[in-house]
Design a protein around this ligand. Structure first.
Ligand code: G3I
Ligand code: 9MR
Ligand code: ZN
Length: 542
């Protein structure tokens, strides 16, 4: 039994709906002074199929005065305390980005910037090719592959996830620059470049090392097997350069084109290098067909396997078309071809990046895609309306059907918010409001308006999760995890031992989660689960 709210809070003018699991009369209590500022009755029952229960809506949109509040039911049940205010998501937005700094690999994190979450320089040894490692070659060629962000709770660095994470952040900056000017207290702070771009540059510079002389990009840089649960500087396994994949190459081409645009005013030399690297990757793509990736036998680091590279190629063609005006014709030709392939156009995750193509096509100020634009617009709105419909039927006002609770479901939650934000930006009046509210509902879910009454961002909310599957969190001896991390969240088919033993078979998808440090399938953190949350908060918290 419970009453669930966004534990961080609400902006004054927005719709505010708490979810109760029982019918009730309620009061909204202002925590300072314990005054009741609104009372009423919850709605009639609504089905919540993903949670396997009925729920009741408590609409308290009428409360707009800044302050701390909670909701009290007639039977004495109460919600967590939350805030109403103009800046409720300001600290959250900053922490979601700062979290990436803690993933920096190859350098020391000092107390000056990392507070208590310091670590020594890690993974600084030169790397060798996987094949040389496997054949135990006597004197293998070595490469400096240092830098970048640890992908997740593991120390691997993978090209496609890196590209997607950086893309979410750079697009967020392109859309909402006024919202992303804050300093993050990182080593580069104060150098005249917005810190979000400073942080992304750390990753992008590493990514440039992942391009082979042929123009193709290596799929990943990891040890052969995952490290034990140690601090990164205590992981001394060799980091290996795995083969090229066409997904990695296309994602690289796309994000480097985007980066060359975004960094042009701030770091012109880097912007030039990025465009050059992007075009080189494009040439490789033009000369090579699908090149997939699977781990060799015995290797268990992240696979990020993908049977289809057309969405990645689509995104690369769309980004280069927008950025590199010199070769528009060849990009447009490919963009037309990929557009007609039977692939999604509305996803924003590492497996399917097609939505990033849609985004860049629809918001390209020079409308380089010409007549193709209208079909992308139609597809975007079809998907936005489908998501609104799912929300309407979900009980929790969440655009997630039971089957959508995959590994990393919180990424799907955030990515769908991005799509709804785009629909809002492309609409006017009541339609724009409708999509905006729907996008915001996804954030409410993430921050506590869910069947487990939990905030899926560390350090934000009275009942925020505390035990991410993250090696430093386990090994650093510090009680609380770094703030600002998004958990992967409920997974309908949990598959790690910790989750399997904690979650009874038949549990409803929205409840298939355990806040346990060993649960990699429900409670890991990744760079590309934080990045869409940055996009979302940058839109709502200007
Ligand atoms: O592609 C199928 C889709 O066709 C199907 O409808 C759907 C239904 O479940 O499954 C889809 O595949 C899923 C795939 O992700 C793509 O979403 C797999 O079931 C699912 O197991 C897979 O999970 C991935 C997981 O690695 C295991 O491979 C996560 O997305 C991915 O985020 C995660 O990544 C790991 C890295 O390997 C290592 N670093 C940490 C990171 C986070 O846990
Ligand atoms: O810690 C690893 C996590 O980052 C990955 O997402 C996950 C799936 O690849 O694997 C985790 O590592 C586990 C390994 O796969 C099996 N032995 C236990 C490891 C730590 O729990
Ligand atoms: Zn490292």
């Amino acid at each position: 039994m419970g009453i669930y709210v966004n534990q961080v809070g609400y902006l004054p003018g927005n719709e505010k709906i708490a979810i109760s699991t029982f019918p009730c009369n309620f009061q909204v209590i202002c925590a300072e002074g314990q005054r009741c500022v609104l009372d009423g009755a919850a709605s009639e029952a609504k089905d919540a199929p993903s949670a396997g229960e009925k729920v009741y809506h408590i609409d308290f949109s009428g409360v707009t005065a800044p302050g701390s509040y909670y909701i009290l039911a007639g039977n004495g049940e109460r919600s967590h305390t939350f805030q109403i205010g103009d800046n409720v998501y300001t600290d959250l937005k900053k922490a979601l980005i700062k979290a990436l700094y803690y993933q920096r690999c190859g350098c020391e994190l000092t107390g000056e910037y990392a507070g208590i979450y310091t670590h020594k320089a890690c993974h600084t040894a030169p790397s060798i090719f996987l094949e040389d490692y496997l054949s135990k070659k006597a004197d293998p060629e070595t490469f400096d592959m240092t830098g970048g962000w640890h992908d997740a709770g593991d120390f691997g660095r993978y090209t496609s996830p890196a590209a997607v994470a950086v893309a979410h952040l750079l697009y967020a900056y392109e859309f909402f620059p006024e919202s992303l000017q804050m300093e993050l207290n990182i080593p580069e702070s104060g150098n005249g470049i917005p810190d979000i771009l400073n942080e992304c540059l750390y990753e992008l510079k590493w990514m440039l090392k992942m391009q082979a002389p042929s123009g193709g990009c290596y799929h990943k840089l990891t040890s052969f097997n995952h490290a034990d649960f140690v601090m990164p500087e205590d992981d001394h396994a060799p980091f290996l350069i795995y083969p090229i994949s066409s997904m990695a190459t296309a994602d690289f081409a796309a994000v480097m084109a985007l980066a060359s645009r975004v960094y042009a005013p701030f770091a012109p030399d880097f912007a030039r290098d990025a465009l050059k690297a992007s075009k080189k990757a494009w040439d490789w793509l033009e000369n090579n067909s699908y090149m997939g990736f699977h781990n060799p036998p015995g290797s268990n680091t992240g696979e990020y396997d993908d049977e289809c590279d057309l969405d990645e190629r689509l995104w690369a063609s769309a980004e280069l078309l927008r950025t590199d005006k010199e070769h528009s014709e060849s990009y447009l030709k490919r963009l037309k071809e990929y557009t007609h392939m039977p692939i999604s156009k509305t996803d924003f995750g590492w497996t399917d990046v097609s939505g990033l193509a849609t985004l860049t096509i629809l918001f390209d100020p020079s409308h380089s895609a010409g007549e193709l634009e209208s079909s992308y617009r139609r597809i975007l709105f079809e998907e936005a309306d489908r998501l609104c419909q799912i929300q309407h039927n979900s009980g929790y006002h969440l655009a997630m059907a039971p089957e959508d609770f995959v590994w990393g479901s919180n990424m799907v939650v955030c990515n769908r918010s991005i799509l709804l934000i785009l629909a809002s930006l492309l609409s006017e009046g009541a339609a724009a409001e409708k999509y905006k509210t729907a996008a915001l509902n996804q954030l409410h879910y993430l921050l506590g308006c869910n069947a487990l009454d939990i905030s899926y961002v560390t350090g934000f909310g009275e009942n925020a999760f505390k035990n991410p599957h993250n090696r430093p969190t386990f090994a650093d001896g510090i009680e609380l995890p770094m703030p600002g991390w998004v958990s992967g969240g409920p997974f309908k088919a949990p598959c790690d031992p910790a989750a399997i033993s904690a979650i009874a078979p038949g549990t409803a998808p929205m409840k298939c989660y355990v806040d346990h440090v060993e649960s990699y399938s429900t409670n890991e953190i990744t760079i590309y689960w934080n990045s869409p949350a940055v996009f979302m908060t940058a839109f709502f918290q200007k």
